[in-house]
Design a protein around this ligand. Structure first.
Ligand SMILES: [Zn+2]
Ligand SMILES: [Zn+2]
Length: 881
């Protein structure tokens, strides 16, 4: 069979879409449930349905795909569950913005019509990120695609809610939320817009109960003092230490409140004493919970003062403020007022100043769930990679607070709770809808208005996607999953909650490994953001450089525990590698035109030196690449193959193969080795760069599977490791590089009729070089090499000292020695000047402290480069003189 030849250059656009379609059609991405195969499974961190693929997704999904493709090739039955998250508030906001263009709010439409609009929006635009994942080459098991609000997952959510309720782990309690008194609605944090406002700071005297002295507090909202239930100071604050535990008589209203100590109080701020208003301030709410203080609500849902506000009841909150200040002044309790710039939350819809308000919310008691989740990590059932992330995890989990799971929005899983107007009972149900009260038979049921926090359904993702609570085949086969690949910012929101819920509801951990990858930043290490204008769009990069170049760059930079500094130039750089692979494959295939595949094994002993060597290096690469992939050292795995392919296969073996191929004794075995190494390199590279490897695979004259995606990942075979071949090739390389460097120094690269003298003391070396004269002459492009055990350098000769001996080249007649000396001296002067300049900079403390780290690094690098160059010049000058 005559091998087909690759086109001259690689065009990703021509192959990427084609291959993805074929892989998908052949069902390669789907699990086979083959009992003989070990299992490997991943659930995707579901991107928001509103999302478009950003560079962080590209990294996250490339890493998952590398693992899945590697395991699939390594004989595992693989499942990679894809899907999207309904992203409660984010999606609702997008649709609200849409209808705002028609001048409508969600209240104008009403709950049901609004939700219809959201579903419509999802059907039209929600698939964008999925198609982008396909463009990235993600080999997800699409038959298992899920959406957090699809029927099955919604059922799992209700089941979990009801079980937690039945176990007493879900309760309804007071919680402080953002409230718009004009719209009369709760606002999510995202719906609050912060503005800087010119306000005032009032200093108020709070007398001690015994009348001995008073404590000064400062506030920007004096009307809330009516709801104070304590004053707090820092426990170490000398001004107040002796007073902690005493009581205060709250001005105007006469309530007796304690003076408490809490480290959260900043003694440097204001007077160091702060009023605590648990019902109307977020921080105070937390302090009150911790200290068991009462909650006194003095402002109501309309922004008016309540009965608790005594004589101020019924006043608007701002009118009450004026009256409170006047009254304090009259009683001599107002020390002073100052102008003060403050940041206030406003309603994103009507711009009214929001009021933090106490309201009824739903909670999960997390302490009983957290303990087993802590143990699972302590005992090593779940591993974090890199390991140091466990500290953050333990820190969160050991100080866990109850989880507020209700949200006052419409888009999401509606809380499965109904309130009976007749008997007052709370009905919690697995049913989608409840119409009759199971306690009294009444039809007077009102469903809870709230929906669940988006993270509630995400917490169930590893088992709900596999069909839980049904005991499905998928769940039995692929749960617990093998690894979760995610970023550190959601360790608590998501990872910890999946571990808690997974253990609680399935009795098993949800995943065995948690791989935490870095953030992708710009080349200077800054966060990418639209406002900075430094965002790199993965889709744009794919269009420009091809998917493989983008993927390889991301993986090559994904070192554990270090942020990725990405620039377009990096992607462009790795595109050269993609092209290099193409060109190398083209060279190999051109030389296989007359190759007839046979089943004969290579006779290793009879191979020429470099063939033994490249096979040895190949198998070392296989071993290390596998190890690095198993350890989630993605960058090292990728760079291992990169350096093997480029530095060893292309730079040396492809070169030397040119003379081996001409030798009838070696031609056939060299063809075999070329094919063997190319084929294995493609397989090693496939998980990283799936498209080009699949395309080249098709042209190989001998392959065990139709498609590389299901070919066997190369196995390390000890028998190919040949330390002697490695040692001798190192000698030849050193020799060749030495000769090349002299030729380069004197502009003699194109000269091929040079003769070289090699002086070696070791007979073994001399004999070896003698036997390798032809390869040396070819690689170093010289006409002859003379071997000596004894030699004295002559005038007009330059030399390079190697580990195994010394090389001499006579330059007489080739160069003008005097001119050359002048040239080198000039260069020496120039370099010395530059070195002096950098030295001055590096001694300048000011520069070292103020200059960005990259700049300092750069200076240091060029310093050592210049030093090296200077050494060489000094050496050559001494030789020529
Ligand atoms: Zn409003
Ligand atoms: Zn009832």
């Amino acid at each position: 069979m005559e091998a087909e030849i690759l086109e001259k250059s690689y065009d990703p656009k021509k192959v990427e879409e084609k291959w993805y379609k074929i892989w998908e059609e052949r069902g390669y991405f789907e699990p086979t449930y083959d009992e003989n195969k070990p299992k490997f499974s991943i659930v995707i961190p579901p991107p928001n349905v509103t999302g478009a693929l950003h560079i962080g997704h590209a990294l996250n999904n490339t890493l998952q795909d590398v693992l899945v493709r590697y395991k699939r090739m390594d004989g595992y039955d693989t499942l990679w569950v894809p899907g999207t998250d309904h992203a409660g508030i984010a999606t609702q906001n997008v649709v609200e913005k849409e209808i705002a263009k028609e001048g409508l709010t969600r209240y104008d439409l009403g709950r049901n019509s609004f939700l219809e609009k959201v579903w419509e929006w999802k059907a039209t635009y929600g698939g964008k990120i999925i198609s982008q994942l396909k463009k990235l080459g993600a080999s997800c098991s699409w038959a298992y695609e899920r959406f957090t609000m699809d029927e099955g997952l919604s059922r799992a959510v209700r089941e979990v809610f009801v079980r937690l309720w039945e176990e007493g782990l879900i309760y309804r309690g007071d919680y402080i939320i953002n409230w718009c008194p004009r719209c009369e609605t709760a606002l999510a944090d995202l719906e609050v817009e912060f503005e800087s406002i010119a306000g005032k700071l009032w200093y108020i005297k709070y007398p001690l109960e015994d009348g001995s002295k008073y404590i000064m507090v400062a506030t920007t909202r004096p009307e809330t003092m009516l709801g104070d239930t304590a004053v707090a100071v820092h426990p170490e604050d000398k001004r107040y230490k002796a007073l902690i535990g005493k009581n205060i008589k709250l001005p105007l209203i006469g309530r007796i409140i304690p003076l408490i100590a809490d480290k959260i109080v900043d003694p440097e701020f204001g007077t160091g004493a702060v009023k605590v208003t648990p019902a109307h301030d977020f921080a105070d709410f937390e302090i009150a919970k911790k200290h068991g203080l009462p909650f006194v609500k003095v402002i109501d849902e309309k922004g008016k003062m309540t009965e608790e506000a005594g004589k101020y009841a019924g006043l608007d909150r701002f009118e009450a403020r004026k009256r409170v200040v006047e009254d304090l002044k009259r009683e001599g309790l107002l020390e002073k007022e100052e102008d003060y710039q403050l940041i206030l939350g406003h309603c994103y819809r009507c711009n009214t100043i929001i009021e933090p308000l106490l309201s009824k919310q739903w909670f999960v008691s997390t302490k009983p769930l957290a303990q087993p989740a802590i143990s699972a990590v302590e005992y090593g059932f779940i591993k974090f990679i890199p390991e140091n992330w466990v500290n953050l995890y333990f820190d969160w989990m050991r100080n866990i607070r109850d989880w507020c799971i209700s949200r006052q929005i419409w888009w999401g899983h509606r809380i499965p709770v109904w309130y009976c107007n007749s008997c007052g009972e709370t009905v919690v149900s697995r049913e989608e809808n409840v119409e009759i009260c199971p306690f009294c038979g009444s039809k007077e049921l009102k469903r809870d208005e709230d929906v669940l926090d988006t993270w509630f359904s995400s917490a169930l993702w590893p088992f709900s996607t596999l069909g839980w609570p049904e005991k499905t085949e998928a769940l039995k086969t692929f749960y617990p999953t093998s690894v979760l690949v995610t970023s550190f910012d959601i360790i608590f929101f998501w990872v910890a909650r999946m571990i808690m819920m997974g253990i609680h509801f399935t009795g098993q951990i949800p995943f065995k490994n948690v791989y935490i990858h870095a953030l992708v930043r710009d080349e200077k290490g800054q966060k990418m953001s639209k406002s900075r204008g430094n965002v790199i769009d993965p889709i744009e990069m794919i269009e420009k450089y091809g998917t493989d170049a983008l993927r390889f760059t991301l993986v090559a930079l994904a070192a554990q525990g270090r942020d990725i500094k990405l620039s377009e130039a990096r992607i462009e750089g790795f595109r050269h590698f993609i092209n290099k692979i193409w060109n190398a494959a083209r060279f190999v295939l051109m030389n296989l035109k007359d190759y007839i595949p046979d089943r004969e094994e290579l006779n290793f002993k009879e191979l020429p030196l470099f063939s033994k060597w490249i096979l040895s290096e190949l198998h070392r690469t296989i071993k290390i690449t596998r190890e690095k992939l198993e350890e989630f050292e993605f960058d090292q795995a990728a760079m291992q193959v990169y350096h093997f392919f480029w530095d060893k296969f292309c730079d040396w073996y492809l070169e030397i193969s040119k003379i081996y191929l001409k030798d009838p004794n070696y031609r056939k075995s060299t063809q075999k080795v070329l094919l063997e190494v190319l084929k294995n390199s493609l397989k090693l590279l496939h998980p990283f760069i799936p498209f080009i490897t699949e395309e080249i695979w098709q042209y190989l004259p001998e392959k065990e599977t139709e498609h590389i995606i299901v070919a066997k990942y190369p196995l390390f075979e000890e028998k190919f490791v040949d330390e002697s071949a490695e040692k001798w090739v190192r000698v030849l390389q050193e020799l060749t590089v030495g000769i090349r460097s002299i030729k380069a120094e004197y502009n003699l690269t194109s000269k091929t009729d040079l003769s070289v003298i090699f002086r070696g003391l070791d007979k073994e070396i001399l004999d070896f070089i003698k036997s390798q004269k032809e390869p040396i002459k070819f690689l170093a492009k010289i006409s002859d090499i003379e071997l000596r055990s004894n030699y004295e350098k002559k005038k007009g000769e330059v030399s390079v000292v190697l580990q195994e001996g010394e090389i001499f080249i006579n330059l007489e007649g080739l160069i003008d020695v005097e001119k050359e000396i002048k040239r080198l001296e000039k260069e020496k002067e120039k370099i010395e000047k530059k070195i002096a300049q950098i030295e001055k900079k590096l001694e300048d403390k000011d520069f070292l402290e103020k200059a960005p780290r990259e700049i300092v690094e750069k200076e240091k690098n060029s310093y050592s480069e210049l030093k090296e160059r200077l050494d060489k010049i000094v050496h050559y000058l001494s030789e020529l003189k």
